[in-house]
Design a protein around this ligand. Sequence first.
Ligand code: URA
Length: 241
Amino acid sequence: MAVAVTVRIRLDKYLADMGYGTRSEIKKEIVKGNIRVNGAVERKPETKIDTEKDKVIYNGIPAVYEQYEYYMLNKPAGVVSATFDRKDCTVVDLIEARQRKDLFPVGRLDKDTEGLLLITNDGELAHRLLSPKKHVDKVYYVKIEGYLTDEDVERLADGIDIGEDRPALPARLVIRKSGTVSEAEITIQEGRFHQVKRMFHALGKEVIYLKRLRMGSLVLDETLKPGQYRKLTEEERNGLC
Ligand code: URA
């Protein structure tokens, strides 16, 4: 887990990182005298700021530096897991309270998938959570058209062929209800393209609803409605090693 440490960065970068504008827009504001550092007007964009100690005021409002931000989003259907999209709303667009402009989703959920998505700018953490070598559990709630059987449980536990060089790693399926529409929880440790849908497709069944419930130690806060988000608690952040 990345720990926020004191860093010294240029005043214009400090403000740009916090989303106050482009470096050139910010430089103009600095030169105009609209930024104060520790009470005094600072007109030099290159002035080094201690992110922990120095107090920066932008047009009268304190500009607090956040080196890392961590948000839990309950992703709604219809939104894409990207930082930018020409046509659709992205998961990052939903985080209106964000300070930093370099946030990204940790992994992708399909446009029609709902549920837990971590949004951060902590690249090292994202790498650890997504690395196939780390075998981080991802738990999904699924609704399936048709019956689920013990044979499905066994075939997924053996590692099912989804049409690639290697079969999927063994997955754990817990059937909650079997009927014309079945409900289950599936735990996988990879993040291949459309993985859960393809695993059920290989069993001859189709996913009609998919929602991620957990990623590693991070559990979806069920009080968040689709589209809602909140910052991770200190405990949740520290648990994601
Ligand atoms: N597997 C899928 O098929 N889709 C997702 O969005 C996530 C996992």
